[in-house]
Structure formats: C-alpha cells, structure tokens
Design a protein around this ligand. Sequence first.
Ligand code: AP5
Length: 202
Amino acid sequence: MVAQAAQDPPRVIGIIFGPPGSGKGTQAARIEKDFHLKHLSTGDILRAEVVKGTPTGREAGRIMAAGDLVPDELIVDIVRSRLPEAETGAGVLLDGFPRTLRQAQALDAMLAGEGHNVDFVLALDVPEQDLVDRLLHRAAVEGRADDTREAITERMHEYHKLTEAVLDHYRRQGVPVEIVSGLGSPDEVFERIRRVIGISSG
Ligand code: AP5
C-alpha cells in the first residue's frame, strides 16, 4: 500500500512516472477522480502557457516542439508556485515532474520545508516500439506539436539520458517505487494501478 485514504492526513505526494507515451496523463486523470489526488502535469501547464502566448510559453514552445527538456529553473518555479494550491486536497499526483536529478532535489527541498517527502513513485513500463506507435497515432489524430518522428526520438533520448535516473534517486531514499505494466487497455492498466495503490475506488 503506497497511498492513504483520502480523509487520512497527512497529504499524499505521489509521482506518476514513465517514458513519453506510457500513459501518465491518461492514468493520472483516473487516479485523480478515484483517489482524489490533484493531477499536476508540467506538460499540460506548459502547453497552456504556449496557447496563451505568455513569455514562459514562448520560451518553452520551441524547446518542447524539438522534444528537448525546458530549463530546470523554469519548471521548478512553476511547480513551486502551483504546489501549495494543489496540496489543499487529499494530496498531489505529479506527472512529468521531476524529470532530472536537479528537479528531484528541488522538489525534495520544497517538501522538506514542510516536513514531508515523496510518498510513492508509480512507474509505467511500456516497450519503446509501443510508445512510438501510440505517439504517432496521436500525431495523426490530434497533431500535438512534439509528436513528430524527430521530436519523439529526442524525447526518448532525453528520457534515457536524464529522467530515468530519478527512479534510482527515490529508491535510494527508500521511497516505494512501484513498476506497473502500461500495456493493455487503459482500464486494464488502471486496475493494476488500483491494486498497487492499495485503496479501493469504492
Ligand atoms: P509531457 O506532457 O510530460 O509529455 P511526455 O512525458 O512526453 O508524455 P506524453 O504526454 O506524450 O505521454 P503520457 O505518458 O502522459 O501518456 P498519455 O496518457 O498522454 O511533456 C511534454 C514536454 O514538455 C517535454 O518533452 C518537455 O519539453 C516539457 N516538459 C514537461 N515537463 C518537464 C519537466 N519537468 N522538465 C523539463 N521539461 C518538461 O498517452 C499517450 C497516448 O497514448 C495518448 O494518445 C493516449 O490516448 C494513448 N494511450 C494511453 N494509454 C494507452 C493504452 N493503455 N493503450 C493504448 N494507447 C494508450
């Protein structure tokens, strides 16, 4: 069991983790609905900034379209400003953050300031060819700017080079890291997640 019932303090800080296309956003929406953990997606926040044409959006848009990671400082500032509000419910499920060791250290410092730590990491595991197929399918349906073949290759490269190490960072701290297969239908994946999180959605 890695999460607490919605009514039990203290608040839960979870991370949903995995490579591009592994289903983080899809599953986070379900976890938010059933387990009342506020879904905080740095990718969604950045895409909203791009649409609004803010200075942050203008800086991030080009980087995202190329499949690269935006600077740590920019992302950490965004999370620092959004976390207190997101934490007012049962807890928070971070999606797409932390993505580098520096981001993980910054998150740890933010949480340590309130005597807390990450409670669990849920890592979705999907073979790379399935990931590419999903993202190319989404490109055809939705046309997301970073779902081009070139950007997908770069996103996978960044994941292996910089992001995967975040799992070991939390393992070393003794934070439960649960690997869940992200293959099968979204319902099947969510059923696995429910078993791992360990509380019934009622
Ligand atoms: P972000 O938005 O976080 O993108 P990502 O990690 O590349 O992940 P995706 O949103 O593509 O996939 P997902 O794992 O959420 O899966 P989803 O549910 O959408 O980041 C985008 C960019 O923003 C980054 O590249 C970077 O530039 C920047 N950024 C964001 N955070 C940052 C940070 N912390 N630091 C620096 N830069 C940052 O599903 C994918 C597709 O598969 C969908 O079409 C879905 O319908 C489908 N699908 C889902 N589940 C299944 C299933 N079980 N079977 C079949 N299809 C499925």
